[in-house]
Ligand binder design. Structure first.
Ligand SMILES: [Zn+2]
Length: 237
């Protein structure tokens, strides 16, 4: 990802007025939805042995969560409590939509048109304009509301430019951008997984067949310690 780093990106978002004021109210739920979506996407040979989370971000796993509540005269209220957008390869229909000519990406080292952040804003722009691209001086000041984004990695400079173009078209839509740098996202994915597997282990019970085998192998003189040892060897062998 070509960017200016998490620190300066955060500063840029603040200076541009895109930093959320009350991030806690929605970020947690957004992060959970992203975790579920990434876990489905990560791949691996089977569910029991998924591919490890890569240390460096890979295009396939770059995603954003977006919610919105936007309205204006002559349009029906556009509301979403949260959708996930992935960085798509060419062929995504957002990339050829009307909005794609309004929110232009920047070419830096490679094509960044398909980035998840842009996909999300193309989607909402298309929904708002609904095919009508009539604008005074390229603006739609009559459209009001709120759009929130949470990314799993620091937005690149092309996506920062897309945020600015969106704001220029819809100056009265409050655009709020939040993100985690990929290592932080990865860390919380690993922590969530560890919590999940601890819970699963707690729930497990001794299978009946092991108990039956035990009772046929030991007599009444067996102590609880024997039982425990037996179960441990059966269980972990
Ligand atoms: Zn980007």
């Amino acid at each position: 990802q070509f960017g200016i780093g998490a620190h300066y990106t955060l500063k840029a978002l603040k200076d541009l007025g895109f930093a959320p004021k009350k991030v806690r109210t929605w970020r947690e739920q957004a992060a959970r939805s992203l975790h579920v979506a990434l876990s489905r996407r990560r791949g691996g040979r089977q569910e029991s042995s998924p591919a490890p989370w890569p240390e460096r971000p890979i295009a396939r796993l770059l995603a954003v969560w977006m919610s919105c509540s936007v309205g204006g005269p002559g349009m029906r209220l556009l509301e979403s409590s949260g959708d996930i957008f992935f960085t798509e390869s060419a062929g995504s229909n957002h990339l050829t939509s009307g909005a794609s000519k309004l929110l232009l990406p920047i070419f830096v080292e490679h094509d960044r048109a398909a980035h998840a952040e842009r996909q999300a804003l193309l989607h909402v722009t298309n929904m708002i304009l609904a095919g009508q691209n009539e604008m005074e001086d390229g603006r739609r000041s009559d459209v009001r509301g709120e759009v929130r984004l949470l990314g799993v990695h620091t937005p690149c400079i092309s996506c920062l430019a897309v945020f600015c173009q969106f704001k220029a078209i819809f100056p009265n839509v409050d655009l709020q951008i939040s993100f985690d740098d990929w290592p932080a996202t990865r860390q919380s994915l690993l922590q969530a997984e560890a919590r999940h597997s601890r819970k699963r282990r707690k729930k497990s019970i001794v299978p009946v067949d092991i108990l039956l085998q035990f009772s046929s192998n030991f007599d009444r003189a067996t102590t609880p310690k024997d039982l425990l040892n037996y179960l441990l060897t059966m269980y972990f062998s």
